[in-house]
Write a protein that binds this ligand. Structure first.
Ligand SMILES: *Cc1c(COP(=O)(O)O)cnc(C)c1O
Length: 469
């Protein structure tokens, strides 16, 4: 499989190189040159497979030529073996023909484990073979950091530095990062906000001289391997509900358009999906595009669903590329317009095409709390605020009651106690067994000023299993 850039100017890469690449050299994102397509018979024959075996069948075409089958199978068995629920991604029924796909049974209780547990293992496998080491520098406002650290903690060939805004992530989220120890794990609290952290990561990719030749790898959702891993659970859910003979709809809480883009790919790979619903919080750039053809940057709003608090959706470029007939020059132009003026609209027929592919809704904090309370009352299930946004959007945008509606349950409610409390649900939140002593554990973290040079000096001093690069 070869991968090409959405801006058309960077060299095509194989899977191994795309795994290590991050952004393409022309500023674009990598996508498969040709998407694999499965027949209905083939998909039907996968019914009943354990999660890791289904994962092998769905992802195999993407890694062909880079990872032999036997090795890939072993990696997948290990990856999904760490999940605490035997079904890995179980479905829970909320209402007649309405289901939550529980994607929070991984080590850090959010769906990001599906991709980052795999990414860590793939990196180590590829680096071992090459005899190379890499450094990861990533920024987090919450869930990505802990999932990336959990995914990389056993990697022999990776040092990981995660930047979070000092005193601006929840205590559970901070402790999920800072209580994991290893000579290759480095938590940095920046005296600044999330944007400052993200800017430092971007600047570090732009000028890598501080790394003295060591390669820098991206762990945010622009990394293709993360999208790839998320395609699998769309197939998994549909097969449980009578697919592919029956089509299924999905409602996806989204910020960076990563998770829902994976659903779009699943559909293009042959999975019958009826509706794909984009569910955003008040940071609604995606909803404003879907409902009014305005992709325009707004200010950042802090919400009860912080993992979707974004101003720009980084993966949206991948959809735009398809909407524009995979014309890289057109995308480079649009992105330039966006950079200059903070927004754009697309041609009418391209927008009409997008409207055929997706429905959308923006849900505010009050509606999020109402939905948490309503679902708790109806079913006894406690939703996290991100998942609640998905449920609200599913109920508002649904076109057919005969087609199963699956809401992606992106996090465990215990991660977001503020929202649960505001919803007025009188149920005590309990950490799952493997995290029950989280609040008693020692923490390890370095506080650094909001200063790029200080952060880069720290990375070069500790980037080789705690020793200088
Ligand atoms: C990251 C995250 C999201 C948003 O995912 P995208 O891929 O950015 O759309 C939603 N919910 C939770 C809990 C998350 O951690």
């Amino acid at each position: 499989m070869r991968y090409i850039s959405t801006r058309g100017q960077a060299p095509a890469l194989n899977f191994e190189d795309v795994l290590l690449a991050g952004l393409a050299t022309d500023g674009g994102l990598y996508v498969p040159e040709n998407l694999p397509r499965f027949t209905q018979e083939e998909i039907a024959s996968w019914a009943g497979l354990p999660y890791h075996e289904l994962a092998f069948r769905v992802m195999r075409p993407f890694v062909t030529g880079s990872i032999p089958d036997a090795d890939f199978k072993k990696i997948l068995e290990e990856t999904y073996g760490v999940f605490s629920h035997n079904a890995v991604a179980p479905l829970r029924q909320l209402n007649g023909n309405e289901w939550v796909l529980e994607l929070f049974h991984g080590p850090t209780l959010a769906f990001k484990d599906f991709a980052l547990q795999l990414l860590g293992r793939l990196l180590d496998y590829v680096l071992e073979k090459r005899g190379e080491r890499v450094v990861i520098v990533g920024a987090t406002s919450g869930d990505t950091g802990s999932a990336a650290i959990e995914g990389c903690k056993h990697c022999e060939n990776v040092d990981i530095f995660i930047l979070h805004p000092h005193n601006r992530v929840s205590e559970v989220q901070r402790r999920q990062m800072t209580t994991i120890f290893g000579e290759n794990i480095h938590n940095i609290a920046i005296e600044g906000n999330f944007d400052d952290c993200q800017e430092m990561v971007k600047a570090s990719f732009a000028d890598q001289s501080f790394l003295k030749g060591t390669r820098l790898v991206a762990v945010n959702s622009i990394n293709w391997a993360r999208i790839m891993a998320q395609i699998v659970y769309y197939f998994h859910a549909a097969l449980q509900l009578g697919g592919p003979a029956r089509s299924v709809s999905f409602s996806v809480p989204t910020g960076n358009f990563g998770d829902i883009f994976a659903g779009y790919l699943a559909r293009n790979m042959g999975l019958p999906i009826n509706q794909l619903i984009v569910a955003t919080n008040r940071n609604d750039i995606l909803h404003r595009f879907m409902s009014g053809n305005q992709y325009v940057k707004d200010t950042l709003h802090a919400t009860l669903s912080p993992s979707m608090d974004i101003m720009v959706s980084s993966n949206f470029e991948r959809l735009l590329f398809d909407l524009h007939g995979r014309n890289g020059a057109a995308i480079a132009g649009l992105m330039d317009t966006f950079k200059q003026g903070g927004g754009f609209s697309v041609e009418q027929e391209r927008w009409t095409e997008a409207r055929k592919l997706f429905d959308s809704l923006a849900v505010d904090d009050a509606q999020t709390c109402e939905t948490i309370a309503e679902v708790f009352e109806q079913t006894g299930e406690l939703l996290d605020p991100h998942t609640a946004i998905g449920v609200k959007a599913a109920r508002e945008c649904r076109r057919s009651l005969d087609i199963p509606m699956v809401i992606l349950g992106t996090a465990h409610p215990v991660k977001f106690p503020d929202a649960v409390e505001k919803a007025g649900v009188g149920k005590a939140l309990e950490l799952p067994a493997h995290l029950s002593d989280l609040f008693e554990r020692d923490e390890r973290c370095t506080v650094l000023p909001n200063d790029l040079k200080a952060v880069q000096a720290f990375v070069s001093k500790h980037g080789n299993r705690g020793k200088p690069l």
